[in-house]
Design a protein around this ligand. Structure first.
Ligand code: UDP
Length: 370
């Protein structure tokens, strides 16, 4: 083991980004990954119907960060896929996030772009919420009013997080825009797309470097006492690193139910959200993400769950408070230059893929400057 300068615990997007940058700077890096495959939660593969599926749920790359876009494009070409989502509400498939067309469909009216702000203001004026907002609910209701909140957000959020939306952080609402035009895209970022040969292929290109070695099927926690690298890049759960000494952080998981159907198309959009009906939150139809052709189609139902692999950090105060305590310890480790904690799990932050890469790039660059 002494042969390696650096060990990266976790072979997901954050860990592999760090590994690549460190390798390019001349360090011998060993990536230790518990799963039998690399790429973490962005792992994808072509199934028996010839359709690329995302084993841990749909991932659509989007960023406004030039540096991140340049970085990923070194390892893969990207389609110019622009993600669109419909929400199934009141028996209709309706544009989501809320835009002018959403309002026209829900209320049976004919607003122009110029009318949208006034219309929403009237909806908000009829509603009650804390101002300044204290929760996810407050932010959404302050933007669109109670009626639209109830239709599109309230029950989806209860399903997703298994709690009252009053208990969730206001920051969570920042993920969902409200638009006064007819832009029907889910993300407004300048750069969007799906790697043309998949995320796994992109990750494989990232590790294709003479200074990177990979150990699959090994949990870092089981070998940590036997390895003494110059630097440990840790991308696992934050609390687990510290043996949960301040208490357990909460993670949410998702049970994914994949079905391949004998029909060419299943639904009218790549992703359909189900805020009010059923136990699942959404259905993804993968060929609509990739543009692949097949007489069959593969779809995936998402059932949020407390059990299973950690997919999400829990955006509430209790976990934020606990996070702050752990981060003090993280700082102490990082100040010694022996450790970096990077990624959604290790930083306990609800990162999108681009934010995970951005964090990994910035943190490694800082470490290299030491
Ligand atoms: N959300 C909602 N209704 C929707 C979609 C999202 O209320 O139709 C809320 C929900 O609380 C969700 C959050 O917005 O957890 C963030 O949604 P996003 O689509 O960003 O979730 P992700 O794709 O990360 O699961």
């Amino acid at each position: 083991m002494a042969f390696y300068d650096i060990v990266v615990a976790g072979g997901g997007l954050s860990g592999i980004t760090a590994a690549r940058l460190l390798a390019e700077n001349g360090y011998k890096v060993l990536v230790v990954e518990q799963k039998k495959h690399l790429a973490g939660q962005i792992y994808d593969y072509k199934n028996e119907a010839g359709i690329t599926i995302h084993q841990y749920g749909p991932h659509i790359f989007h960023t406004k960060i030039e540096k991140v876009w340049k970085f990923v494009n070194k390892f893969s070409d990207f389609s110019n896929f622009q993600h669109r989502v419909l929400s199934f509400a009141n028996g209709n498939f309706i544009n989501f996030p809320i835009n002018r067309d959403t309002l026209n469909t829900v209320f049976g009216i004919h607003l122009s772009n110029n009318d949208v702000k006034d219309f929403l203001k009237k909806e908000v004026d009829k509603s009650t919420f804390n101002n300044p907002p204290k929760s996810f609910r407050d932010v959404i209701v302050s933007q669109v009013g109670q009626e639209l909140y109830s239709l599109f957000f309230e029950k989806y959020t209860q399903k997703q997080w298994n709690c009252n939306p009053d208990e969730l952080s206001p920051d969570l609402a920042g993920r969902i825009p409200v638009r006064d035009n007819n832009d029907s895209r889910y993300f407004a970022d300048k750069y969007q797309g799906i790697p043309v040969n998949g995320y796994t292929a992109m990750i494989n290109n990232m590790i294709d470097h003479e200074n990177i070695s990979v150990l699959l099927g090994v949990d870092y926690h089981t070998i940590k006492n036997e390895i003494h690298p110059k630097l440990l890049v840790y991308t696992g759960e934050l609390d687990k690193f510290f043996d949960c000494k301040y208490g357990k952080l909460t993670y949410r998981s998702v049970k994914l139910d994949f079905q391949t159907l004998d029909q060419e198309q299943f639904q009218p959009a790549p992703v359909v959200n189900y805020p009010n009906d059923y136990d699942y939150t959404r259905i993804t139809e993968f060929k609509q993400l990739t543009g692949e052709k097949s007489p069959k189609t593969t779809i995936c139902y998402e059932y949020p769950s407390a059990e299973g692999l950690p997919f999400y950090t829990m955006p509430n105060e209790e976990n934020e408070r606990l996070r702050v305590r752990y981060m003090q310890d993280v700082k102490n480790f990082e100040n010694q230059g022996t450790h970096l904690f990077i990624g959604r799990l290790a930083e306990y932050k609800y990162y999108n893929m681009d934010m995970a890469i951005d964090s990994a790039i910035n943190r490694v660059e800082q470490w290299l400057k030491r």
